[in-house]
Design a protein around this ligand. Sequence first.
Ligand SMILES: *Cc1c(COP(=O)(O)O)cnc(C)c1O
Length: 381
Amino acid sequence: MNDSGTSVGDGDGTRAVRAGLPEPVKNEPTLPGPVFAAHFHLPGDVSGPYTYGRDENPTWNLLERAIGELEAPGQENVQTLTFASGVAATAAVLFSQVGAGDVVVLPDDGYQVLPLVRAQLEAYGIEVRTAPTGGDAQLDVLEGAKLLWLETPSNPGLDVCDIRRLTEAAHAQGALVAVDNTLATPLGQRPLELGADFAVASGTKQLTGHGDVLLGYVVGRHAGAMAAVRRWRKIVGAIPGPMEAWLAHRSIATLQLRVDRQCATALTVAEALRERPEVTGLRYPGLPDDPAHKVAAQQMRRYGSVVSFTLPTRARAERFLEALRLVDDATSFGSVRSTAERRGRWGGDPVPEGFIRFSVGAEDPEDLVADVLRALDESSE
Ligand SMILES: *Cc1c(COP(=O)(O)O)cnc(C)c1O
């Protein structure tokens, strides 16, 4: 480590394995274990850093440092806050940055909880406008907005918008920009370097990658805005547990290994699906002929572990999922174990009945492709 606390090595794998580690202390572990404390010894006057467990915890602080080093390497004055879930992080930014009479622009094809968030914003007197992610359509409804919320690539449709272009337009009229970076992970895309004010994500997905932790985070560059986000976390109490924070930090050490493997296999799976006549609407931003590829290639370094496509009918999609042996029928994505689901079963996402969101895990690519092709064959009758 050098004086500024940033890692000497600059590669993604090096950064991931060292992210957030404290200075070595003789006879202490490399990554200190979780600190379970509701309160800390506090004789006399109230002074920091550790007083009460809803406000600060040393295990979160190390994780927050790790995430900050990945989302904004080398950037000064960037702050990171972790949350109980991705939705807690999302709500913290939206509800702390805008108030009655303000205008917020959301995507209309984003995460499935956004419509519920929208209704709550409107109940508080905030005007919400929406537009699709693709084609940078949110530009058209930006006038007078206080906050622009982007989700790119979008979940589950995998559309992409131009973060730099939208951010410049938003900043020109004084709006802040937040980017949901869940699908890309900080190794796929770094929104703050593209100009955004906040990177927000669910750490439940590929960041932690084992399907066993719920977590969220906000990384921001403005001290005042981040103070409001911190205050919101305190008011709502949407804090991560120390065990979750520690598991997340431990998992980040393998982020580059997992992301590289899963992205490479996702491309292989997408290429195999492209050859199948029953597959339509195939989307993967890493496919050179994907409609989003050109913009994605400008701003992403890796294209994610999710592939989406549509089978002819709901029944066909259900038979396909049933026939898969290496892929669990489960929601969420980014785990080392492949999962897939018929997204329409939830209601709420504007997708066809046969739409499948497929999350590619760390299995051997040949095994996974063979399983997918066999399940497509078996489900065809
Ligand atoms: C899952 C997800 C969220 C919400 O995260 P949770 O950890 O489930 O609360 C937000 N945005 C995107 C894009 C997601 O995929």
